[in-house]
Design a protein around this ligand. Structure first.
Ligand code: AMP
Ligand code: MN
Ligand code: MN
Ligand code: MN
Length: 277
């Protein structure tokens, strides 16, 4: 049982790293990567717990990337988290987050949601990781929306009224930092970007040329057809295949079961063959 994409409260998940590992283990997981957004601060605690429980933990991170005016997420796996170039890039990416959060909250306030900034900020355990998930949580708590999906659909999603443009890392920087730290670069949840077939091909081709090695063939709640489709694309582009739940919290709409991804299609070359030799 494998899961190479999940979140703790170091970024926008609900559980501390230790409890993420415990829950994954309870769900039968034997190989786990904790992939918090733009932060590797949960890995030490997660690793300690994984060792105690006897499950394999590989280092992970989910880097926010700007690619052709869109936000793309790139997962790094099995890298040296002490690597200074990688940590410098992650620190840079985190630096703009709070300011972006404030600009988004201000847009919500201008739409009549008084107290959005203070209220949502109170829900953020770690200010440099203030995210849209926390803004969504506040909108839900205040009864302005029914759930996270609605919060993104009505206000927070890319191009929606409270969204602001923001420059994250470039794809080139993200790939170079992960490869330079000895890791594997993976396009996270390609199914979620709403890219045309052409734009997706361009993304994969560019990513491959930069040295990117894998894509998530399974992410969160794909169905068998989705997985067959991305397995075919992975093969066409010469990518390894990864799988991750993108778990954030129990009962979250649109996130898979922590630690228990469905099997990859036969034709896939699983990314974990690279670190389970
Ligand atoms: P941020 O890094 O601040 O842009 O926040 C991105 C996070 O918001 C993602 O990692 C997801 O947890 C969540 N998210 C993004 N888009 C959606 C969506 N359409 N529905 C639900 N959650 C989303
Ligand atoms: Mn998230
Ligand atoms: Mn993501
Ligand atoms: Mn994620």
């Amino acid at each position: 049982m494998i899961d190479l994409h999940c979140h703790s409260n170091i970024s926008d998940g609900a559980l501390p790293p230790r409890e993420v590992v415990r829950l994954a283990h309870a769900n039968g997981c034997t190989l786990l990567a904790l992939t918090d957004h733009d932060h590797t601060g949960g890995l030490a605690e997660a690793r300690q717990e994984a060792e105690a429980l006897g499950l394999r933990l590989v280092s992970g991170v989910e880097i926010s990337v700007s690619w052709r005016k869109r936000t793309i997420h790139m997962v790094g796996l099995n890298f040296d988290e002490q690597n200074s170039r990688l940590q410098t890039l992650l620190a840079q990416v985190r630096q703009g987050r709070l300011e972006r959060f404030a600009r988004m909250a201000e847009k919500l306030e201008r739409r009549g949601f008084a107290g959005a900034y203070e209220g949502a900020l109170a829900l953020v355990p770690n200010r440099e990781m203030a995210s849209r998930t926390h803004l969504a949580q506040w909108l839900i708590e205040q009864g302005h929306v029914r759930n996270k999906q609605q919060a993104f659909k009505k206000y927070l999603g890319d191009g929606k009224p409270a969204w602001v443009k923001h420059e994250w890392a470039s794809l080139e920087q993200a790939v170079a930092a992960v490869l330079g730290a000895g890791g594997i670069a993976v396009i996270a949840h390609p199914i979620r970007y709403g890219l045309s077939a052409t734009a997706q091909r361009n993304l994969f081709t560019e990513f491959k040329a930069l040295g990117g090695q894998a894509i998530e063939v399974h992410s969160a709640t794909t169905n068998l057809n989705d997985r067959l489709n991305y397995a075919r694309l992975a093969e066409q582009h010469g990518f390894l295949a990864s799988a991750g739940s993108d778990f954030h919290r129990a009962g979250d709409f649109g996130s898979g079961k922590l630690g228990a991804c469905p099997p990859l299609p036969e034709r896939c070359r699983p990314v974990w063959q690279e670190f389970c030799l």
